[in-house]
Design a protein around this ligand. Structure first.
Ligand code: FAD
Length: 117
């Protein structure tokens, strides 16, 4: 089957949305288990991401810029910066990370409980 750039871009947009929302809901004061979970999440994510050349490039970025798991703030900023690294390579506009904590709202309500409202 031929590569389809539209579908690949659509997958990318959905994935970034998920990733930024995960980071926006990460705790301010994560436990060691929560820190480990986030690291492992990206470890496994890059191994299963279906766009092979994207995953290959992203693995190199992860090696160079490992996930910052010490707080919501550092994690969300890290996510924004690593997305900007991908933007840079694809010659897309660089995103302003200053408001990153307010930019992604999953609509899940509550505070870190993950329960819907
Ligand atoms: P996207 O980059 O998908 O971003 C979606 C929206 O998020 C933007 O419209 C903007 O509102 C917001 N946004 C933009 N930058 C940021 C940021 N830094 N922080 C927070 N929000 C932001 N495509 C390839 O062709 N080659 C690749 O190697 C490749 N690697 C990828 C690796 C990963 C891990 C992922 C998730 C995707 C990859 N993609 C790759 C897809 C690519 O990054 C885009 O998702 C796709 O090209 C669609 O781009 P877009 O212009 O719609 O915006």
């Amino acid at each position: 089957k031929m590569e389809n750039a539209t579908l690949k871009a659509e997958l990318g947009r959905s994935t970034w949305k998920l990733l930024h929302n995960v980071l926006a809901r990460y705790p301010d004061h994560p436990t060691d288990t929560e820190k480990d979970s986030l690291k492992q999440f990206f470890n496994y994510f890059v191994q299963v991401y279906p766009c092979g050349d994207c995953a290959q490039h992203f693995q190199k970025l992860l090696d160079k810029f490992p996930p910052q798991v010490n707080s919501k703030q550092t994690a969300a900023l890290w996510g924004c910066h690593i997305h900007n690294k991908v933007n840079e390579r694809l010659q897309k506009p660089i995103y302003d990370c200053t408001g990153i904590l307010n930019d992604y709202d999953c609509g899940c309500g509550g505070e870190g409980e993950g329960e819907g409202e």
